[in-house]
Design a protein around this ligand. Sequence first.
Ligand code: MN
Length: 405
Amino acid sequence: MTEDFGRFTLPFCSFVVPGEDHPRVGVGVDTDILDLTTAAAIVVPDHEELFAAGTLDSFLAAGFEDWEAVRYALTEWLGTEPIEGPTHEHVVDHHLVPADSVELRMPFAVSDYVDFYASEEHASNLGKILRPGQEPLTPNWKHLPIGYHGRAGTVVASGTPIVRPQGQRRTPEGGVVFGPTVRLDIETELGFVVGTGSTMGEPVGLADFDRHVFGICLLNDWSARDIQGWEYAPLGPFLGKSFATSISPWIVPLAALSQARVHAPERTTQLLPYLDDATAEPWGLDLHFEASLNGSIISRPPYAGMYWTPAQMLAHMTVNGASLHTGDLYGSGTISGPSPDQRGSLIELSWNGQEPIKLDDGSTRTFLEDGDTVTITATAAGPGGQTLYLGAVEGTIVPNIEHSR
Ligand code: MN
């Protein structure tokens, strides 16, 4: 797949040139990568050291003013038209490599990982499936963004094979058995990457969201529904989700999403002051997701309808005094829209396995089979009517070794 980022998005990655060991920081430019680890001395000389290690960690930690300064300098050097003139040809072109000629790595070290549940449609669908006959939303849902702490150490870059997890599950007869999950699912999500940390005991307010969060990635929160369904009461998700979470290797700066910002949906419940965004800067995002299974598009979830904004999620995550750290990652939760073809997980698309979905090759799925490849992409509105490509996160399911011998 050729990825074309144009010249406005300017996403960051970490890459390795074949035959080399050391990673380099890259910036997506059209279908190329600008090698910022080597080009920084000329392009952003005051910030050269931030890119020396080849991952985004130092740059993320540097903070808002440095993020702005580097983006400004990159925009000046790259322009919005193809590079022209002897200066650019000799300086910048020399540091461009075709993106499909290198290996993309985990772009930053994940510190803490939190996952939310911010889509009203997703939460309602799950409520109808798991608690039929009851109110789809739990009483707390419109008062706070529900979340849980996940496992940072198993967040992996796109392309990493996903070993089918094993664990306990309940049988329809009420027994308990052990083995590979038979209900392996995806969750189509947006991830938010924290750059600037905060001090313990000092909550981060709605207005400070973009001082702390550098950018976004696409995220697939792989979920074993049978393991999850047996273990989750009363403390929430555990082994049914901690085996792997995949992210796109490109981190798109919030600054690239200026044209995609929209107001969140109308609030139907009065919010406490720390979450009340009625007069705050809008942080809804009009992003368009696409989830594919073995090349067949299975869903097109719209992000704009998400009830809780990333600014509210950050405010809630820190309101108790918990501090932020560089490399913290939080997910939006499954993105689902109101129509059936906008559902961001298989448990919704197949309605708990009762309505198999059909793929282009004629086969059907309820949940994932070994060998299945899931790809999630997204786009956003950019300046001048452009459509910005935001990257892809992909993963292929491989058999559980112990049980496939
Ligand atoms: Mn999730």
